[in-house]
Design a protein around this ligand. Sequence first.
Ligand SMILES: *Cc1c(COP(=O)(O)O)cnc(C)c1O
Length: 385
Amino acid sequence: MTIPYGKHSLDEVDIQAVLSVLYSGWLTQGPLPEQFENVVASFVGSAGGVSANSATSCLHIACIALDVGKNDIVWTVPNTFVASANCALLCGASVDFVDIELETGNICVSTLRTKLEKARDCGDLPKVLIPVHFAGFPCDMKSIAELSREFGFKIIEDASHALGAKYECGNFCGSSIYSDITVFSFHPVKIATSVEGGVAVSNDLELLQKMKILRSHGITSDPDMMVQTPVSEIWGYQQLLLGLNYRMSDIHAALGLSQMKKVPNFVRSRRNHAERYNTLLKSSDVLLPPDETIQTSSFHLYCVQVLNGRQRYVFDHLRNADILCNLHYIPVYLQPFYQKKFGFPRGYCPNSEIWFKRTISIPLYPALTRIEQDFVVKVIIEALH
Ligand SMILES: *Cc1c(COP(=O)(O)O)cnc(C)c1O
């Protein structure tokens, strides 16, 4: 019996929702992507949303909408999926990395401040910062937002892991109180799924409008947005910006809409499983996920830190028991592409490298059973003895 590290939860209602689109005739560019983005925005408490075919696409159009271009610098963390950094490079900007804190795996605010002060002295401040809510545990966005005012950068939150997570103030991640744009992923391994898909939310109506145009070739068919008398009366659209085809189909949106109804339940069961892991692993030698007295995690991942160089040993032990644990993440700047292109030295972000040598993501998803969980814990404890 294989136990994966993450798994989507689909039921008959989800499947019927997809089938009804197939019967309806509107496969794409129908009403559902707009409904989906509105449901996500209102769930997290933001003014509006823009759906796209992936969170990667959302990050890309978010950068374009914030005018990230050739001479700009974007900062993110190394402890993330490559898309959080690639989006800047795709705009022709350069990218740099801020180290994480070892308690949470999130951006370290004091390292960020020091790096910003240095950058101000050198005249190379970032235009945009992309903090990542690792494993669904929110970054200290209040402090980051204060720094953004002081140093004048914009913020795109990569909340791919954090649908249903809450900041210290009790607002949902994505309520747009601390940032310009927040991006969620609906890939099957994330909190809820549209198979492939992403939604960017914002309180800035102009940014939302711009991202909506960018995801569809830079084109509008809204007469109010057209900038000159159409060349032809019967030609119903104009291209205003250089965009892409990043649209979400109605099939994907139908599944996303159906899944959104279950997000509170998904997050509740993830949090219950996490709490049970906390109890079962409390007296073992592994370090557990961060204390939640301030923020509330959505628990996309449950990461333990294995000390004394025993990560590989525990990892192999789990894999040999058919427990498909995983590593999150190889520091992005150590990826071959980043090494070849930019040659970041080893040790560039020491905590991110320590993190990578310590952590293991163990199975966590809504349908995880107590028996499976007990087995995972048993194998970890055996490996440590
Ligand atoms: C999954 C993920 C993405 C990309 O999401 P897609 O929807 O697969 O494009 C981006 N950033 C982080 C941190 C992720 O985990």
